[in-house]
Design a protein around this ligand. Structure first.
Ligand code: ADP
Ligand code: MG
Length: 253
């Protein structure tokens, strides 16, 4: 890992000619795109355009039919042992629409669990770190609560803390605020915004166009399995080039 090219590639994601079908249905069609280190990408597009499928291929929750996705200078979709795949996955944090917390574990145990189990971190060290992360997402006082005692917004912030506990260089978000009551959307977006400000590399599927405008470095507009436009928020919101993007934005208003 000493050559300049490999160093440059570290922590970046490069998606090359990625195609995927469900049966005969092409859900991703030769997708090409890159995420550079520290970049915040917002993926938007109509429902059913393939946003979730695309983001899930990045940590191989979905297999692909052709193409490649490199991360840390390695192809995530190359044949590899489960152990190796799990190690790679642990370097890519994922936050889902549904929070998926373990209901029988306290909040702090939810956050500390993966570092203990996957990384072999000593429990007391993992718990201390978990408390710091909970503080960071504004939930230090909920460490000993159980997920069922928290609001949706609080649970999603715990889910973000849990993903961060593995110290991933990249975070993926798939509609993290879509399942929340409107009054809780802001608190989750604020945590995401602070992560972005700290330089985290992030890919976010979201319909929150205010967040996209304020936080994204670039927007990928996906439609029917293709990226039709990659643009800065200024370009995208003021002068969308593709007619489909123009229609998508007009429909939001
Ligand atoms: P988005 O997240 O943009 O709404 P998805 O990636 O979830 O889109 O889905 C893209 C398309 O693939 C949709 O037409 C959806 O119905 C289809 N699809 C998603 N998952 C599956 C699956 N497991 N089997 C078959 N079709 C699927
Ligand atoms: Mg989706």
């Amino acid at each position: 890992m000493s050559t300049p090219e490999l160093q440059q590639d570290l922590h970046a994601i490069r998606i090359s000619k990625v195609s995927k079908r469900y049966g005969d249905f092409p859900v991703l069609k030769e997708i090409n795109a890159e995420v550079t280190r520290g970049e915040v990408v917002v993926i938007c597009g109509p429902s059913g355009s393939g946003k979730s499928t695309l983001i899930r291929t990045i940590n191989r929750l979905e297999e692909i039919n052709s193409g490649s996705i490199s991360f840390d200078g390695r192809d995530i979709h190359a044949p590899m042992k489960t152990r190796e795949l799990n190690r790679m996955r642990s370097r890519i944090g994922f936050v889902f629409q549904s929070f998926n917390l373990f209901p029988h574990l306290s909040v702090v145990d939810n956050v500390a669990m993966s570092p203990i189990r996957v990384k072999g971190v000593a429990p007391d060290v993992a718990h201390k770190k978990a408390l710091l992360l909970l503080d960071r997402v504004g939930l230090a006082d909920k460490a000993n609560a159980y997920p069922g005692q928290l609001s949706g917004g609080q649970q999603q912030r715990v889910a973000i803390a849990r993903a961060l506990a593995m110290e991933p260089p990249v975070m993926l978000f798939d509609e993290p605020t879509s399942a929340l009551d409107p009054e809780m959307v802001g608190e989750v977006l604020a945590v995401m915004k602070s992560l972005a400000a700290e330089g985290m590399t992030m890919l976010c599927v979201t319909h929150e166009m205010g967040f996209a405008r304020d936080v994204a470095d670039r927007i990928w507009f996906l439609d029917a399995g293709q990226i039709l436009e990659i643009a800065t928020p200024e370009e995208f919101f003021k002068h969308p080039r593709h007619p489909r993007a123009q229609r998508f934005l007009a429909d939001l208003r």
